[in-house]
Design a protein around this ligand. Structure first.
Ligand code: SF4
Length: 326
């Protein structure tokens, strides 16, 4: 369960323990970093989030954190990570702020902003092995895979999101509730009348799913980051370009390209004239500082599978223009 934690009470904690509910808390860092996170009345949520976390800790319930990184937070990675570690967090995922859904006009980080953030994060993780950062785990896990597996196409989860009335949208939760007649409001079916497997079976007939498959093939044909990224994040393509056939987005630059570039920056600095793949192959896996971490996170040891992990383990999820599994 992912929560703002502001309403967590002793009674909720008893329920979490009874049903073994895993808890993720949304907090972006210390008070000044977290100032963008306000409630509907515009009031800061920081004190109430921390109070919720303290209640979890009192009950011995572990928690993970999902944190949004705004443009003004990209130079504060170390401060954020220190804060979260001291708060008791042992696993954190960073979402670089993107223009999507209700945040269409936000001032989002550039690739270079994000690259600095990830560079600082990788460096911090080298020194602090008691906290796992999702994106570090994901990239090092990728590097720890066999080369042939690394080069394989990934599976893509259809990510069904179900609305209050049973409507189902696919590929991106942010598409839920978005009105666009050209895509029939992205509704793939309704669980009041169809089973989810039936809805999945028809997915290949949907205009936006077909467009997304075209976009994936374009990514594969044109982008040197494809092996790691696998071209996911359908919603970002739509919100930024108005179509799913688009390839590069602000989000993929800051959340897929920037971590790769940042890791490749660390050991040797920039070396013009070589590709990202060559740079990664020549640096991270043979740098002794990273070897242990790759072993920890790599291949079959990765314990938090992403769509990339599943894909690289189990082969292609889309083939010949269709989703083939799940
Ligand atoms: S980094 Fe962007 S352009 Fe490259 S494969 Fe990923 S989504 Fe496509």
């Amino acid at each position: 369960m992912q929560t703002g934690a502001t309403l967590i009470s002793d009674a909720w904690c008893e329920l979490f323990k009874q049903y073994e509910v895993g808890v993720g808390v949304s907090i972006d860092g210390a008070r000044s970093v977290n100032r963008h996170r306000v409630d509907r009345a515009g009031r800061p949520m920081f004190d109430r989030i921390v109070a919720g976390i303290e209640t979890l800790k009192r009950h011995g319930i572990p928690f993970i954190v999902l944190a949004v990184v705004s443009r003004d937070g990209t130079h504060r990675a170390v401060e954020v990570l220190d804060f979260l570690r001291d708060l008791g967090c042992r696993w954190v995922g960073f979402n670089i702020e993107a223009n999507e859904g209700a945040n269409a006009l936000g001032d989002t980080p550039t690739l270079e902003d994000a690259r600095r953030f990830w560079r600082d994060t990788f460096a911090w993780c080298q020194q602090n092995r008691d906290v796992t950062v999702r994106e570090v785990q994901r990239l090092l896990g990728f590097l720890g895979l066999e080369p042939a597996v690394r080069a394989a196409d990934a599976q893509h989860d259809l990510i069904p999101t179900i609305a209050w009335n049973g409507d189902v949208v696919l590929l991106s939760p942010e598409l839920l509730g978005v009105a666009d007649a050209a895509y029939h409001d992205f509704v793939a079916g309704n669980v009041m009348t169809d089973t989810l497997p039936t809805i999945f079976h028809r997915a290949g007939d949907l205009h936006y799913v077909r467009e997304f498959l075209v976009g994936l093939e374009q990514c594969k044909a044109t982008c040197e980051f494809f092996a790691y990224c696998q071209g996911a994040h359908a919603g970002d393509r739509y919100f930024e370009h108005g179509t799913f056939t688009a390839t590069e987005t602000k989000h993929c630059r800051t959340s897929a390209q920037a971590p790769v570039l940042a890791l490749a920056d660390l050991p040797k600095g920039k070396e013009p004239g070589i590709t990202v793949q060559e740079r990664l192959a020549a640096t991270a896996p043979v740098d002794p500082l990273w070897t242990d971490m790759i072993a920890d996170h790599g291949g079959d040891n990765a314990d938090t599978p992403s769509c990339q992990d599943w894909g690289h383990r189990e082969g292609s999820h889309y083939k010949d223009g269709e989703f083939t599994k799940k």
